[in-house]
Write a protein that binds this ligand. Structure first.
Ligand code: GDP
Ligand code: IMO
Ligand code: MG
Length: 432
């Protein structure tokens, strides 16, 4: 059985929390795309765990965890995150963590050029618009992957004669070509290569052929949960290009990032924040640059887990959710952070876009078009009640249930879970 958790908006919907809630029923949690640009916060018994690159399945001591071939890995950050989680009390992490031999490596020079490129964009473009990346080297690493000059895990851990020499040569060439492009940035090639000789030995015990790992697991009827990172509107093809990340963050990335057949996938859970947030630059039609947006930001404690940046806030956008559903084919939804709306008397929901009075059929591909859309809202009454201690779906206030029903009817997908607070216990389940 392979089930998938995917972000349906611009990220930070609360994917980590759903994974944590479900993980007790699974044998394996796998990440298939992205790197440590992700930030998944999980609160268990009052302890807060921040995951960036590692799968959230590590919180369950019985669960194995895989970083698939579609993930990009900065090894110093990988070990740092592992040590931080161990220090917080997670046990046997090293025996339960596996890394695909085909995953690409993120190096410090990727992170340096990520920042140089952002500075260049901020200075050069007409409106001074950089992407607002996390600076973790994600884009430059997928770029070297696509240009076929990247280095993968197997290149590093290979002990056959000549393998290390080839790694060194390719590494030097990568730095040199970047210095030709960006100018001679400060970089200690020899020091880095010495560091990677050590990291190579540290990494070896984690490395697997992930195609075999996944297929053996499926053959043995293991229960596998795929933890999506980033989100559909940040997808390199379907997101608000170029204000996106550099990987396939939707269902396609699950197939290519793990090497599993499409038909092996069972359920696809779409995680939807009850309103919308976005970190970084780029279009956001239902953004509220006003007191309502500030209120969502404050009550929702909307700060990025990876960069600490304030998240931009606005109303739920069902044009986005419908588009996201068409691509990912969610079988059910998890609406998160409904409690954040408790004190809003009226709650607008974006239901369509139009340009000069002409209604658009779907989410537009073009940013100039997107910049000129008028959003039509349907406003639903709030419930003006604290729902954080509600224990069952049926016990939710009527207006909260109407809000959820409106979403279900609009996108044609049932709501299966509702988040009413950050803790593990604050999640209501509805039989569907
Ligand atoms: P992810 O990247 O999709 O895993 O989401 P993040 O962890 O970056 O951001 C979601 C934030 O909302 C985290 O701080 C969670 O602890 C918190 N959270 C998740 N679900 C709920 C909920 O239902 N209510 C509230 N108030 N907070 C939630
Ligand atoms: P999770 O898994 C929110 C955004 C960045 C930036 C853009 C490109 O926590 O939902 P990158 O460093 O990937 O090249 O940045 O994508 N971004 C995210 N925003 N949540 C995420 O992950 C994100 N991953 C990338 O803020 O706008
Ligand atoms: Mg996040």
């Amino acid at each position: 059985m392979v089930n998938v958790v995917l972000g349906s908006q611009w990220g930070d919907e609360g994917k980590g929390k759903l994974v944590d809630l479900l993980v007790g029923k699974y044998d394996i949690v796998a990440r298939c795309a992205g790197g440590n640009n992700a930030g998944h916060t999980i609160v268990v018994n009052g302890v807060k765990y921040d995951f960036h690159m590692l799968p959230s399945g590590l919180v369950n001591p019985n669960c194995q965890n895989l970083l698939g071939n579609g993930v990009v890995i900065h090894l110093p950050s990988f070990f740092k995150e592992l040590e931080t989680l161990e220090a917080k009390g997670l046990t046997n992490c090293r025996e339960r963590l596996f890394v695909s031999s085909r995953a690409h490596l993120v190096f410090d020079f990727h992170q340096i050029t990520d920042k140089l490129r952002e500075n260049e964009l901020a200075g050069r473009s007409k409106d001074g618009k950089n992407i607002g990346t996390t600076g973790k080297g994600i884009g430059p690493t997928y770029a070297t992957k696509a240009s076929r000059s990247g280095l993968r895990v197997h290149h590093l851990v290979n002990d056959l004669p000549g393998a290390w020499e080839e790694f060194e040569t390719k590494f030097r060439r990568l730095v040199e070509t970047r210095q030709l492009r960006y100018g001679k940035f400060d970089f200690d090639i020899e020091g880095q290569l010495a560091q990677y000789k050590v990291l190579k030995e540290q990494l070896k015990p984690f490395v697997v052929d992930s195609v075999i790992f996944m297929h053996n697991a499926m053959k043995a009827n293991k229960k596998i949960l795929v933890e999506g990172a980033n989100a559909l509107m940040l997808d390199i093809d379907f997101g608000t290009y170029p204000f996106v990340t550099s990987s396939a963050t939707g269902i396609g990335g699950v197939i290519t990032g793990l090497g599993i057949p499409p038909r092996s996938i069972d359920e696809i859970y779409g995680v939807v924040k009850a309103y919308t947030t976005r970190v970084g630059e780029g279009p956001f039609p239902t953004e509220q640059l006003n007191a309502e947006g500030d209120k969502l930001q404050t009550i929702g404690a909307e700060f990025g887990v990876t960069t600490g940046r304030k998240r931009r806030c606005g109303w739920l956008d069902l044009v986005v959710l419908k588009y996201s559903t068409m691509i990912n084919g969610y079988t059910s939804l998890n609406i998160t952070k409904l409690d954040v709306l408790d004190t809003f008397k009226q709650i607008p929901i974006g239901v369509s876009y139009s340009i000069n009075g002409n209604k658009l059929e779907s989410f537009p591909e073009d940013l100039i078009k997107l910049g000129s859309v008028d959003v039509e809202y349907t406003t639903l009454p709030g419930w003006n009640e604290d729902i954080t201690s509600v224990k069952t779906y049926d016990a939710l206030p009527e207006n909260a249930k109407k809000y959820l029903k409106f979403i279900e009817d609009f996108v044609g997908v049932p709501v299966e879970w509702v988040g009413t607070g950050p803790g593990r216990e604050s999640m209501l389940h509805k039989d569907i």
